[in-house]
Design a protein around this ligand. Structure first.
Ligand SMILES: [Fe+2]
Length: 237
């Protein structure tokens, strides 16, 4: 039998320190320690703001992390991942688009802090990179807004309307800006450090109605997302 994945939500997950590992030699544990120290310094300079973050133990900086000299190396690596992996996955040829960092900010969640469900309106893709977290300081939860089943949904593993991912130092997640998500409360006495960002991508010289054949890949494998399954209901890879 064939199964087609319709309207999938593409979450990109890589890590600069763990598996699935990105092979970048400059994103070391020492560098993440430096970023954490800089976030502590930013917190002293910037009283921050309240958006989706809840409780007094949470701090969210104002925008501008991408302009901070300490973070410039990290932002450059995030842009490289978008340029070399994310956009080619979507079918754009490399060097045929601009990546525009719309805004970026820092988050520290202490005991009890959480982020209510929200979207990142006005952008193409958004992301989070964990600067310091062991994994138990509050998962990010991605919530499916599409009622694929109306009325009843059997409790089976592939019918999952909430995807949870634990925070871990060095991990980078990127998701559509319209994907509903929240951060579960931090129930530990450790603080959870992350940065968040939004970005847009524009094909170079693109105008509506223009043929952009020279900017897109012609060799995408399994563009239709059709998978075959065996007699046990497992994908045949
Ligand atoms: Fe968010």
């Amino acid at each position: 039998m064939a199964v087609k994945l319709m309207h999938p939500t593409y979450l990109f997950h890589t890590s600069f320190l763990h598996d699935p590992e990105d092979k970048c030699s400059t994103m070391t544990e020492e560098y993440f320690g430096l970023l954490k120290n800089e976030m502590d310094a930013m917190r002293k300079r910037d009283t921050g703001r309240n958006v989706s973050n809840q409780e007094k133990t949470s701090w969210q900086s104002n925008d501008g992390v991408d302009q901070n000299p300490i973070f410039i190396g990290a932002i450059r690596q995030i842009k490289r991942v978008v340029r070399d992996e994310v956009m080619p996955f979507f079918g754009a040829r490399k060097n045929c688009f601009n990546i525009d960092f719309h805004n970026s900010w820092a988050n520290i969640n202490g005991f009890g802090a959480w982020n209510s469900p929200h979207l990142h309106n006005g952008c193409f893709y958004s992301g989070a990179m964990y600067i310091h977290a062991d994994g138990d300081e509050g998962d990010i939860n991605f919530i499916d807004k599409d009622p694929k089943v109306v009325g009843d949904m059997p409790a089976v593993p592939r019918m999952n309307d909430n995807v949870r991912i634990p925070p871990r130092t060095g991990d980078l997640l990127m998701f559509p800006s319209g994907a509903m998500h929240m951060v579960a409360p931090n129930l530990t006495d450790k603080e959870r450090y992350s940065i968040s960002f939004n970005f847009n991508v524009r094909l170079l010289d693109y105008t509506i109605g223009k043929d952009c054949d020279d900017m897109i890949r012609k060799d995408i494998k399994n563009l239709d997302n059709i998978w075959h399954i065996d007699d046990n209901g497992d994908y045949i890879y």
